[in-house]
Design a protein around this ligand. Structure first.
Ligand SMILES: [Zn+2]
Length: 475
């Protein structure tokens, strides 16, 4: 009896232990499925280290506003990569943009080459409420309803009272400019972002020309002062072409008669909105959750110690937490030292060109015979060029870089070639993959976002870049 009782006691203890183990395991699975495992949990469990905070090779002088450390990420957990890819793939799937680059958008299934995550940190507990078909940017529908807000004749349309030039204001101003200057410009949407904003382009010059130029601004969210620059450049062009203005002795009409310029004034409208207006500016709860998750994750990784309000002000990525200037298919797969999950920067995305913003830029360039690409960033008063090319491409890139240098007075800097520590950016991609002369212009000085007090200097340096490009490529 005594032995028998002893066995029963041991059996009872074993049963209790089994129940405890199963219960704990079940709770953990529930937490993971519900997305309640925090990035802290995931990263402490996988022993991930911080990632390099080196800015793009094109933008080494861009100051990092966040309190970020710069230890290497060689040991970043592969399991976390899987979860990041899954997140990005799902989110970018909400975008309706499709173009030549779309076949590289394979989303999560093809990017999960890393081992399956053991503790998937799903930041979005709710299903995606927006289907691919229903994505639509309501803010560009029927812009004529804003007609009464249009500045009176004689007043400039693009105001410079604040550097926080919003997406909504940009859309209205594009409409107003098209009303004031009929036949001299068009605007269009190149795609729709995850948070349902249109990636707008304005087209000036001769759309039938054999040479096209693409200029994109604010691919990094907190560098939004360049969206204001873009719109001021556009309005100034329109004033000059309609008023008989000249550049270097030639009229604007003559300069632009044989060239077409595509301006993407706000290539990352979701990110700009985060940087300007915080989470409340985002339209979809899912995107608010993802950006909030980025802050938790970057905090857990030791990449930031900022409170969320400040973190959002210095945000660089898009609403999927993808650093768009590391999402181009140049050195993409070899770039392994970035952040393996959505973040304010250095997360390259689930696949090359996975993001609708990247696809929009590709579409603008590849839909036309493009001979020059300009990528505007901040800050540094510097032009990055020379990505390691040679021969004719190097010389045509030199011609572009030196011409813009001579106009702006900005310094010339050699860009670092992409490697495992550095993904290629937009300009690297077009030089290397397409043989198109491309440079990165870093405007202004100081930490981003730059205050409006910096704009006069930026404007002074860049007000004639568009007519310069027309004079170089339009004849
Ligand atoms: Zn930048």
């Amino acid at each position: 009896m005594k032995d028998n009782n002893g066995k029963k006691g041991i059996t009872a203890i074993l049963l209790v232990l089994i129940v405890l183990i199963l219960g704990t395991a079940g709770f953990l699975v529930y937490r993971v499925v519900e997305g309640r495992v925090t990035p802290m949990d995931v990263f402490s469990a996988t022993n991930s280290k911080d990632a390099s905070m080196t800015e793009s090779g094109l933008a080494d002088m861009e100051s990092s506003g966040a309190a970020l450390s710069d230890t290497s990420a060689d040991e970043a957990a592969s399991g976390v990569t899987g979860s990041g890819a899954a997140l990005s793939g799902t989110a970018s799937g909400a975008a309706s943009s499709s173009n030549a680059a779309a076949d590289t958008t394979k989303s999560a299934s093809t990017t999960a080459s890393a081992p399956a995550p053991t503790t998937a940190a799903t930041p979005t507990p709710t299903p995606d409420p927006v289907s691919q078909q229903s994505v639509n940017d309501i803010s560009i529908q029927d812009l004529s309803q804003y007609r009464s807000e249009m500045p009176a004749d004689g007043q400039e349309i693009v105001g410079t009272s604040t550097s926080a030039y919003t997406y909504e204001q940009m859309v209205k101003d594009l409409y107003f400019l098209s009303v004031r200057y009929p036949g001299l410009m068009t605007y269009d949407s190149l795609g729709v972002t995850a948070d349902q904003r249109s990636i707008m382009e304005a087209v000036i010059g001769n759309p039938q020309a054999s040479r096209h130029i693409v200029v994109q601004y604010s691919i990094h969210a907190r560098e939004y002062i360049n969206s204001l620059l873009a719109m001021r450049q556009l309005e100034t062009y329109l004033e000059n072409v309609s008023g008989g203005g000249t550049f270097n002795g030639r009229t604007y009409t003559d300069l632009f008669s044989n060239v077409c310029i595509h301006l993407l004034p706000m290539a990352n409208p979701d990110g700009v909105t985060v940087s300007e207006s915080g989470l409340a500016g985002l339209r979809r709860e899912r995107m608010q959750q993802i950006v909030h998750w980025c802050w938790e994750s970057d905090t857990g990784l030791g990449r930031t110690s900022q409170p969320i309000e400040q973190y959002l002000k210095t945000f660089k990525a898009n609403a999927n937490g993808v650093d768009l200037n590391k999402n181009f298919d140049i050195g993409w797969s070899g770039y392994t030292d970035g952040v393996p999950v959505p973040s304010t920067d250095c997360y390259k995305g689930g696949a090359a060109a996975s993001e609708p913003e990247t696809q929009a830029i590709l579409k603008a360039v590849e839909s036309n015979p493009t001979v020059c690409v300009i990528a505007y960033h901040s800050s540094g008063d510097t032009i990055y060029w020379n990505y390691g090319t040679s021969g004719d491409i190097l010389e045509s890139d030199r011609y572009l870089a030196e011409s813009v240098r001579n106009l702006t007075g900005y310094a010339l800097s050699n860009s670092k070639k992409y490697d495992h520590t550095l993904a290629g950016g937009c300009a690297d991609y077009f030089v290397w993959a397409k043989g198109i002369p491309s440079i990165t212009i870093e405007t202004g000085t100081g930490n981003c976002p730059l205050d409006i007090s910096k704009f006069a200097h930026i404007w002074d340096k860049n007000k004639e870049v568009l007519p310069l490009l027309a004079s170089m490529y339009g004849s």
